[in-house]
Design a protein around this ligand. Structure first.
Ligand code: ATP
Ligand code: MG
Length: 457
């Protein structure tokens, strides 16, 4: 099994609508306080406190194989709370968000999509003691020679680097392939790096703290000059998910001829991960865990809009939750009583009752007018809008009469109007003007009811 060069398959996502959410904002007794820790969340205390208990269970590894359902009306912060849970868990615990409708694809089986996401949410922390060369990079000189194939080009024959630790300095002559990985990691003189001696894998630990204060504003992580010799044994910790392992070990099918290469390009790589491969990987992982090399880190699989799953997926989910290595599953839905997809039965939240029975349900409740104003104020801050207080209050009123989402959506256009009118900040008049320009669902529905005959049917 390959583990040296595993690329992480975590999807990077920009959730602009939730960019103000920084955590659950609970104190050590799981009591929701926005005063002590600004977390971006307003109100919804009991749901946040319940989510805090879930986070604690996850951190203490007591939640594996269980599932939580966030249920409540639209726009009451279910997705926001799930993302806050992810923030609380930190970057080392895998968190895999998906939407129920993602399972429907013409190429991949529904259960395959679920299985893949299950494996994305189970982490493995691999600890290994490896022989490494570690130190601050003091020199990086690629040596060039004439290209033996002729022409005027030059190729890099080897690279000379210098590594410095508290104890001494060592000069190393490296293969040109390692030079490439040095460039890929954007390593420059002054960085603390280590190179694994048997695989040649290069890792950048950070910038040496002798260089701190180089810039006024910086996004660097500074690390002290390593102690000990340059060549030594070092504990290397790697966080991967089971899906990362699947992808890294999936062998491309076919030979080396052009046709099979083209078919590889056309075929999505996902189909190459077979059950056989997964079983093999599970076996190796089990072995690692038994030997104490690796530790399982059950993460979170978050399925939003879970009522979009059909009975086949629900049955699969039910079984998967019972397997020995299962992540914590967090579901969210805004549906009340509705049909379970692909069946004739009506069930609460569109989730079959046997699965519902296993779930811990966290309710989210509609917001009070003050809470709506609070949320709008935070959004205005995050979007960097200059807006008068009265305009925020007016948006709060609009949110009460219509929906929070509608009110939040008016904010960016209001800023455009402010620029048109060359005003310092957004006032009530821009908000009112926009309210007449952009209709909300209710008003549009009422208009339809009155003027139904003028529409095509
Ligand atoms: N308590 C809160 N504090 C701060 N912002 C919130 C809070 N609740 C919701 N929001 C924000 O309001 C917007 C709508 O919330 P969200 O998308 O979480 O609702 P939802 O319950 O998932 O709705 P749906 O059922 O339609 O998916 C988002 O931008 C969200 O970040
Ligand atoms: Mg949502």
């Amino acid at each position: 099994m390959k583990i040296e060069s595993i690329n992480s398959t975590i999807r990077s996502e920009r959730v602009a609508a939730h960019s103000h959410i920084k955590g659950l904002g609970l104190d050590e007794n799981f009591v929701a306080t926005s005063a002590t820790k600004p977390c971006g969340l307003v109100g919804q205390e009991s749901a946040r406190e319940a989510a805090g208990v879930v986070v604690d269970l996850i951190k203490n590894k007591k939640m594996s194989g269980r599932a939580v359902l966030l249920a409540g009306p639209p726009g009451t912060g279910k997705t926001a709370i799930a993302l806050a849970i992810a923030q609380e868990l930190g970057p080392k615990v895998p968190f895999c968000p998906m939407v129920g409708s993602e399972v429907y694809s013409s190429e991949i089986k529904k259960t395959e999509v679920l299985m893949e996401n299950f494996r994305r949410s189970i982490g493995l922390r691999i600890k290994e003691t490896k022989e490494v060369y570690e130190g601050e990079l003091t020199e990086l000189t690629p040596e060039e020679t004439e290209n033996s194939l002729g022409g005027f080009t030059k190729i890099i024959s080897h690279v000379i680097i210098g590594l410095k630790t508290v104890k001494g300095v060592k000069q190393l002559k490296l293969d040109p392939a390692i030079y490439e990985s040095l460039q890929k990691e954007k390593i420059s003189v002054g960085d603390v790096i280590y190179i694994e001696s048997n695989s040649g894998a290069v890792k950048r630990v950070g910038r040496c703290d002798a260089y701190s204060g180089e810039y006024d504003l910086e996004a660097e992580e500074y690390v002290p000059l390593p102690r000990g010799e340059v060549h030594k044994k070092r504990e290397v910790i790697q966080d991967v998910t089971l899906h990362d392992l699947d992808v890294a070990n999936a062998r491309p099918q076919g030979g080396n001829d052009i046709m099979s290469m083209i078919s590889q390009l056309l075929k999505p790589k996902k189909t190459e991960i077979t059950d056989k491969l997964r079983n093999e990987i599970n076996k190796v992982v089990d072995g690692y865990i038994e030997q104490g090399i690796a530790e399982l880190v059950p993460g979170v699989l978050f399925i939003d809009e879970v009522h979009m799953l059909d009975i086949e997926c629900f049955t699969y989910l039910h079984r998967a939750l019972e397997s020995t290595i299962a992540p914590i599953v967090i579901l969210a839905t805004n549906r009340g009583e509705c049909m379970v997809r692909d069946t004739e039965t009506v069930a609460p939240h569109g989730v079959p009752s046997d699965l519902l029975d296993r779930l811990l349900i966290i309710k989210t409740l509609p917001y009070s007018p003050q809470e709506m104003v609070g949320i709008i104020r935070i959004r205005a801050q995050i979007e960097g809008l200059s807006i008068e207080d009265q305009a925020i209050v007016r948006l709060g009123e609009i949110a009460c009469q219509t929906t929070l989402r509608y009110a939040v959506q008016l904010m960016t256009p209001a800023n455009v109007l402010r620029q048109v009118y060359k005003k310092e900040s957004i006032t009530v008049s821009e908000v009112d003007e926009l309210r007449d320009v952009f209709w909300n669902a209710k008003r549009s529905g009422q208009f339809l009811a009155c003027h139904d005959s003028s529409f095509m049917h």
